[in-house]
Design a protein around this ligand. Sequence first.
Ligand code: ATP
Ligand code: MG
Length: 299
Amino acid sequence: MTNQTHASEPPELLRVRDLVKHYRAPRAAQRHGPPIVHALCSVSFSIGPAQTLGIVGESGSGKTTLLRTILGLQKPTAGRVLFLAKDASQLKGASARALQRELSVVFQDPYTSLDPRMTVADILAEPAQIHGLAVSSRKALALLDQVRLPATSLRRFPHEFSGGQRQRIAIARALALDPKLIVLDEPVSALDVSVQAEILKLLKELQQARQVSYLFVAHDLAVVADISQRVGVMYGGQMVELGATEQVIADPQHPYTRELLAAVPVPDPRIERAKPRMLQRQWPTETDNLPPCPHGDTL
Ligand SMILES: Nc1ncnc2c1ncn2[C@@H]1O[C@H](COP(=O)(O)OP(=O)(O)OP(=O)(O)O)[C@@H](O)[C@H]1O
Ligand SMILES: [Mg+2]
C-alpha cells in the first residue's frame, strides 16, 4: 500500500534496497514479548541529488535504526545500501574513506552531540582531521557564515550557545567536508517551534546553495512536509507509504498516515485543507495488520 511513483523516481544518490534489521530483544522484554525485534522489515527507497526525503513515523517505528544502518554504524540483517552506486560495506581503505566523506549526520540533541570540551573551531575541524585533512580558518569562517553565526563563535564552547545555535554548529560540522548527503535524525525535535522554523529555513537555503541532499527524520508530519519533496511513512519497521509530499498529504493511502494527518492541528494549510475529507472516511481497522517480515526471525 504505497504511493510509489517509480516512473518519476529521481536519479540516485542513495539507494536502499530491501533493508532488514533485527535485534535480539532485551532479556527482560523477552518475558513479555517476542525474542526478536523486527526494527526494519524490507525497507526500500532512493534519494536523488539536491533532494530531501522526509521520513516520519511514531516512536519505535525504526527511523533511527534506518539511519544508523545507512551510516554504516551497524550491519543490516539483510538488504543493501548503495551510495553513489557503491556498497560502502564492500569497500576498504581509501575508497571507503572517500565514500564516507560524501555522507554526514546531524543528531537530535545539540546538547549531547557537541563535545563540551571542544571549541567551535575544533568541532568544525574534527571531520577533516578524522580523514587526515586540515580545515583552514577561512573555511571554518565560511562555514559559520553559511549557518549565520558570527566569526567570534570560533573560540567559544558549546555551553555558550542556545539550542538553536548549537544545532547551527552541528549543521556547519556536517557541511565541513562538502558532503552530497546529510542524514538528520530529528534535528529540530528538541527546539522551540520558532527556532524549528529558523533551522528548517536554513536547511532549505543551504540545499539551494550547495545542492546537498537530505534524509530528514522526524515524528512530526508538518515538519517533514515543510522541508521534503518526498515523504516516507514508517510504521512497525516498514515503509508503509512513500511518495511525493503533495500526493501523500492529499491522498494518504495508509491508515497510519491518515491518523498522523488528522491527529493534531498543524500550521501547514495544505494539511488543514485535506483534513475534512480524511475525517469523513471510515476509519480502517487494519492498522496493525502489517505483512510479516520477509526474513522471519533471522538475526
Ligand atoms: N540496540 C538495540 N537492541 C535491541 N532493540 C533495539 C536496539 N535499537 C533499537 N531497538 C528496537 O528497534 C525498534 C526501532 O527503534 P528505533 O530507535 O529505530 O525507533 P525510532 O523510530 O527511531 O524511535 P524514536 O522516535 O523513539 O527515536 C524499537 O522497538 C527499539 O526498541
Ligand atoms: Mg529515533
